[in-house]
Design a protein around this ligand. Structure first.
Ligand code: NDP
Length: 492
């Protein structure tokens, strides 16, 4: 068993009351790490440390360029440790080592991009309509940011928040998911090594039910940056609203992957499989609804099932594995419940539809790649996020109908479409109600391009130039250079 401590104010420590919890390896189903279970006292200490660090000259006195350099150094350190960190993530959340290695090797780019941006944040001089008055704006950090992340891509989703927050000059208290805290605690020393002053980045581990509300509502927390499920996101939003606190919410999705008769069929099959079975469907951008034009429906489903059947399940730390376990036992049960719900609604599983009991799955929490046909757009399996390897296939006749079905859920995180018709691609890019639209590709993200949700999928954007704005506030400064007295009883 590996024993971890939390990072508060530059010091590594257990929870004040000594409480711990165990983290399980989803492939073996057995605990492998002991993690501190923070209480309110620990959270308060972390927030106070971040609040003091925000005001301390060691951080506040740094130039933006110097802050940027710290992020560059951090990026280099992560790059050097990428494979080790990937292995920790795979052990803790069961995602494929191949995917995690790729993610961790790419991750430094977020820190570099926002490190580079740190000293390119500029205010404006406004040609104000009052003679002799000089008006300009300053872009200022907000203060302490509470960063709350889920278990599915722990370090990447944290980087999307930490990099812009720190580049903008804020300080941070980060609470990773209780199911994937180890990699956050492994990353912690790299912030210290890079030279971030104590208290700038604090990491508290524990249960959202114990400490989440305190993190969100503490008066010294200026903003909450959250990724997680929509129900938790709603609770966070409500709690933050009581204190008029800004939030960034990256929530769930029920993304449509639309296959038109004019697509390159093999590419589309590949894209739909990657959209739902990569990461065992545990991604917010999972293309969990395949909308297929009726004229190619039968041949598409046949090819889809044939390719999905070849997926190699098993040990996520093996290079050859393609579908790994479900990260948490509650999530595993939830997926199996959704499979029952789909059958109860009249859908038919043409592939999978059960827990996986293949010998190569050992004692892990595995669900067979599952494809449901006979799905109607208003069924729960077509409306609610399953967060697992379960695909709902829905036929359509016309482009308008496809768009209507694609837009018919409360979510709007992403959508994909497969077509060779450029006019159609442009129409879809406009009409699909989603923060990301992929045409002839799927599941592509970059530090350069904004990511976020329409509708119930969230508020705010991560990555790309505008993301740093989420961590800044604009101040308008007025200087009267004329010095002439004015009438004190009228507005100037
Ligand atoms: P949850 O919403 O359950 O948890 C997310 C985080 O919130 C965890 O750290 C959790 O802690 C914490 N939390 C729980 N309760 C509270 C509370 N009352 N106040 C503050 N924080 C709280 O999501 P999951 O971890 O289950 O992750 C899966 C979900 O994340 C999916 O629905 C998925 O769609 C979404 N997601 C969205 C993405 C996006 O960018 N749009 C990307 C990836 C995932 P604890 O773990 O201790 O409960």
């Amino acid at each position: 068993m590996q024993n971890y401590e939390m990072l508060i104010d530059g010091r590594w420590a257990p929870a004040a009351d000594g409480q711990v919890f165990q983290s399980d390896n989803p492939f073996t189903g057995k605990p492998w790490a002991v993690i501190p279970r923070a209480g309110l006292q620990d959270v308060d200490r972390a927030i106070e440390a971040a609040w003091a660090a925000f005001r301390a000259p060691a951080w506040r006195g740094l130039t933006a360029s110097a802050r940027g350099l710290l992020l560059y150094r951090l990026a280099d350190l992560i790059e050097a440790e990428a494979d080790r960190l990937a292995a920790v993530e795979t052990r803790d959340n069961g995602k494929l080592i191949n995917e995690m290695r790729g993610q961790l090797r790419y991750l430094p780019q977020w820190y570099r991009y926002f490190g580079g941006l740190a000293d390119k944040v500029e205010g404006r001089v406004i040609p104000i309509d009052k003679p002799g008055v000089f008006n300009f704006t300053r872009e200022e950090p907000l203060g302490v940011i509470a960063v709350i992340t889920p278990w599915n891509s722990p370090l990447m989703l944290a980087a999307w928040k930490l990099a812009p927050a720190l580049a903008a000059g804020n300080t941070v208290v980060w609470k990773p998911s209780e199911y994937s805290s180890a990699s956050a605690l492994e990353l912690g020393p790299l912030f210290e090594k890079a030279g971030f002053p104590p208290g700038v980045v604090n990491i508290v581990t524990g249960f959202g039910s114990d400490i989440g509300d305190r993190l969100v509502t503490h008066p010294k927390v200026a903003k909450v940056a959250f990724t997680g499920g929509d129900a938790t996101g709603e609770a966070v939003y409500r709690a933050a609203a009581k204190h008029i606190k800004p939030v960034t919410l990256e929530l769930g999705g029920k993304s449509a992957n639309i296959v038109f008769e004019d697509c390159v069929l093999d590419d589309a099959v590949n894209g739909v499989v990657s959209g739902i079975f990569a990461a065992s469907g545990q991604t917010c951008i999972a293309g969990s609804r395949a909308l297929v034009q009726r004229s190619i429906y039968d041949s598409f489903v046949e090819k889809l099932v044939a390719l999905s059947k070849t997926a190699r399940m098993g040990d996520p730390s093996a290079d050859t594995t393609q579908v790994g376990p479900i990260t948490t036992q509650p999530q595993y049960r939830k997926i199996l419940e959704y499979i029952d719900i789909a059958r109860g609604e009249g859908a038919t599983a043409v592939l999978g539809g059960a827990a996986a009991t293949r010998p190569e799955c050992g004692d892990g929490w595995f669900v067979e790649p599952t494809i449901f046909v006979g799905v109607k757009p208003d069924m729960r399996i077509a409306q609610e996020e399953v967060f697992g390897p379960v695909l709902a296939v829905i036929p359509f006749d016309t482009e308008d109908e496809a768009i209507e079905i694609a837009n018919s859920t409360q979510f709007g995180l992403a959508a994909g479409a497969w077509t060779q018709n450029i006019g159609r691609a442009l129409r879809l890019s406009e009409k699909l109600e989603a923060g990301t639209v992929w045409i002839n590709t799927y599941r592509a993200v970059s530090y350069l391009s904004p990511f976020g949700g329409y509708k119930r999928s969230g508020i705010g954007r991560e990555s790309g130039l505008t993301a740093i704005k989420e961590y800044l506030q604009e101040k308008s400064v007025w200087i009267d250079a004329q010095g002439a007295p004015s009438n004190p009883f009228v507005m100037r």
